[in-house]
Ligand binder design. Structure first.
Ligand code: F6R
Length: 623
């Protein structure tokens, strides 16, 4: 996820160092967000300097020479590529044709293609492959049409669809940085002699702890001594001269004093990255959904005419693949199978040019998954990568790529990348169902609407289930073993829940299809043995009751993750996480949340560091 810093000084050298040095320090404090390129722009009354490069700050510092540049106003950026590969040209800041307006951006502008076409028609020349570059050109265009600098910025912001945090310098107004936010985070830091704007508080924590969090649909500017915030109340998507309607915001009651340590600040105030990333799932899902339409459109025909679709992945990515294979089959009537990457070689003799292989990997570097793709390609299959990292080896080696946009994941245990993968595969299955007319219009619309509402459901589910996860953790932390049972889509969710508990709390946890539990696993169950049941809807709910009874008869401690509308079943369980009822097909990325939270809090109760589980690595590049 990109990192933004913007600083306006009240007077030159207000922070006792060249502004380039200050920006470098602030960007280093944002390095934990992950990035592949870095850049900055510094403005004073008569000059503008822009320096940018692919690479890490320390590597490219010699070339960029941050410390050699000073100014009164500056922006800096660490880019985590989403549109366009990591390169010097695609690095931010990006500029307009006259190179007088500079923009840094975090997020995804969904309608950039249509805006770009319109701007090209009006004579603008683009240099990068990014979605961001439309912003400086839009501002330039509105100024050309007669608007003043700030109105042109507001008008440009009002035209954008998607997610964005923007910081903009227009050299005609060198003492201001304009900003706008929708979904992507943005905070202001205030002190007497300087004002800061950043993606996250750690950027400027060495200089101030007085902050204002910018809210969605707010626009405004900072100067050396002032902050102006307005709420964008009307948007028009026409490139015309109608100014957007904005209301001035009185932010005085929103100024906060932060007492976090710098280490806490990097984790956004959370004690661990794992918890932060669990809480980032609404944004991970929203960003992923916002960019899928184009990528998925390209693969519908190809998948539809394939004999079968094999979905390969390892660990958590295999669990997402498993969800995907069920949905492709159930919703789109596509023959699909999920295969663990390292087991793919036992199936590869049957792979040929009539197959599509979808390879799922958050890192895009897992060697088992890469080997599966290489072999499938050699045998003529069409390969599609589903990955979170642009330009990763998997993306480069596959014929086509679909990206999840969860932002970088620091915690070793995958959380937000899992929900993003599941959502991407659900979207793919629904698009295929529409393309192949395998669902009624009503059902299709119901599922599409629920998918769109998932970020909100996920957000309320985190708040609703976290207290119970925290309290149940002390009970689970005293156990040696646990079973996780489910049916249908409840099975991959259970498998992922068991993996999370195993990985971070070191408790032996196994997952089985609930119907399979009586064929052996039940032999281990005795008084107090924890058995989790993940029930996504009434179909699996009715069937699972006999499995619950079997476990209870042996004294098991039964815990359910279950929708609120199955209340007649709640009584069968010792404990239950009561969930918002959503259609079964979109439930997996919601129903995993209590499992993630429980694993996290159990690890913490036992005194383990969930961010760095023993024996595990974030990226596994050995077979
Ligand atoms: C589990 C976890 C691992 C990864 C697996 C595949 O929390 O993180 O099981 O899912 O190593 O990694 P990627 O998705 O990078 O291919």
């Amino acid at each position: 996820m990109c990192g933004i810093i913007g600083i306006v000084l009240r007077y030159q050298r207000a922070l006792s160092k060249p502004l380039g040095s200050v920006i470098k320090g602030c960007l280093k404090n944002l390095e934990y967000r992950g990035y592949d390129s870095v850049g900055f722009a510094l403005a004073s009354s008569n000059s503008l300097v822009i320096r940018k490069s692919k690479g890490k700050i320390d590597e490219v510092d010699v070339k960029l020479a941050f410390d050699d540049f000073d100014g009164i106003c500056g922006v800096g950026h660490t880019r985590w590529a989403t549109h366009g590969k990591p390169s010097d040209i695609n690095a931010h800041p990006l500029t307009d044709c006259s190179k007088r307006i500079v923009v840094v951006h975090n997020g995804i502008i969904e309608n950039y293609l249509e805006l770009k076409e319109e701007l090209i028609r009006r004579g603008h020349r683009f240099e990068s492959e990014t979605d961001t570059e439309v912003v400086p050109h839009l501002i330039e265009e509105f100024k050309k049409l007669g608007m003043n600098s700030y109105d042109a910025f507001k008008k440009a912001a009002s035209l954008l669809r998607g997610t964005y945090a923007l910081a903009v310098i227009d050299t005609d107004e060198p003492g201001r940085i304009y900003f706008a936010r929708n979904t992507s985070p943005l905070v202001i830091g205030i002190r007497d002699d300087a004002t800061f704007l950043a993606s996250d508080i750690p950027a400027f924590i060495d200089y101030t702890r007085k902050v204002i969090v910018i809210q969605d649909d707010e626009v405004g500017y900072i100067s050396g001594s002032d902050v102006r915030i307005e709420k964008l109340v009307s948007k028009s998507y026409e490139v015309d001269l109608t100014p957007p309607i904005c209301e001035l915001v009185d932010y005085s009651s929103r100024i906060r004093h932060i007492d976090w340590t710098p280490e806490m600040a990097k984790k956004g105030g959370y004690p661990h990255f794992m918890l932060k990333e669990i809480h980032e799932q609404p944004q991970a899902i929203a960003s992923t959904l916002s960019s899928l339409a184009n990528e998925v459109k390209d693969v519908l025909k190809l998948i539809s005419k394939a004999d079968r679709v094999l979905i390969v992945g390892a660990g958590t990515s295999y669990h997402a693949s498993f969800v995907g294979s069920i949905l492709l089959s159930e919703l789109a009537e596509v023959k699909s199978h999920a295969i663990i990457s390292s087991e793919m070689k036992w199936y590869s003799r049957s792979v040929d040019e009539c197959d599509v292989v979808i390879a799922v990997s958050q890192s895009g570097e897992t060697i088992d998954t890469l080997l599966a793709v290489r072999e499938a390609r050699r045998r003529g299959a069409l390969t599609i990568a589903l990955t979170n990292v642009i330009d990763s080896t998997l993306a480069r080696e596959s014929h086509l790529t679909i990206y999840t946009r969860a932002g970088p994941e620091v915690g070793v245990a995958a959380t937000k990348t899992f929900s993003a993968q599941v959502v991407a595969l659900t979207y793919l299955a629904l698009s295929l169902a529409e393309y192949r007319s395998t669902l009624s219009t009503n059902k299709l619309n119901e599922l599409k609407n629920s998918l769109r509402s998932l970020p909100d459901y996920v957000s309320s589910t985190i708040s609703a289930t976290e207290p119970r996860a925290r309290s149940l953790a002390s009970l689970i932390s005293s156990k040696q073993n646990a079973y996780y049972l489910g049916r249908g889509l409840g099975l991959p969710v259970s498998m992922e829940g068991a993996l999370k508990l195993k990985e971070v709390a070191y408790i032996h946890a196994e997952s089985y299809p609930a119907g399979e539990s009586k064929h052996g696993p039940i032999a281990l169950v005795d008084e107090g043995f924890p058995v989790f049941f993940t029930i996504l809807g009434s179909n699996d709910g009715e069937l699972i009751i006999s499995n619950v009874e079997e476990m209870k008869a042996r004294g098991a401690l039964t815990i359910a993750v279950i929708p609120s509308n199955l209340d007649r079943i709640h009584k069968y369980f010792n404990y239950a996480f009561i969930m918002h009822p959503v259609p079964y097909e979109v439930a997996p990325s919601l129903y995993i949340i209590p499992h993630q939270l429980l694993a996290y809090y159990t690890a913490v109760t036992l005194g383990y560091d969930p961010d760095k589980p023993r024996n595990l690595a974030k990226t596994v590049t050995v077979v």
